[in-house]
Design a protein around this ligand. Structure first.
Ligand SMILES: [Zn+2]
Length: 86
């Protein structure tokens, strides 16, 4: 995987991501790398899903274009990596 970059400036939106966790030891995310900081998820951490977009599904792309709710591709990040909140 390529290293994430900080090249684009991002203005946080009004809508807040949904907080998940703290992660249980048997949660499937444990051991996966957070794509924002490249540190594995660990037991007890708070995470959130950051929506990327409709992905390559033509039906979901169509809904996204038309402003309809759609099933989004999303990435798990540490809560702190997504919001700045420790
Ligand atoms: Zn992280």
């Amino acid at each position: 995987m390529t290293k994430p970059s900080r090249e684009s400036e991002y203005v946080p939106s009004e809508s807040r991501p949904e907080k998940m966790g703290p992660l249980e030891l048997d949660h499937p995310l444990i051991g996966d790398l957070c794509p924002a900081c490249n540190v594995p998820f660990r037991e007890g951490e708070l995470v959130t899903l950051v929506v990327l977009g409709p992905g390559d599904d033509p039906e979901e792309r169509k809904k996204a274009r038309e402003g309809e709710p759609y099933h989004a591709v999303a990435l798990p990040l540490h809560w702190a990596c997504a919001t700045g909140e420790e």
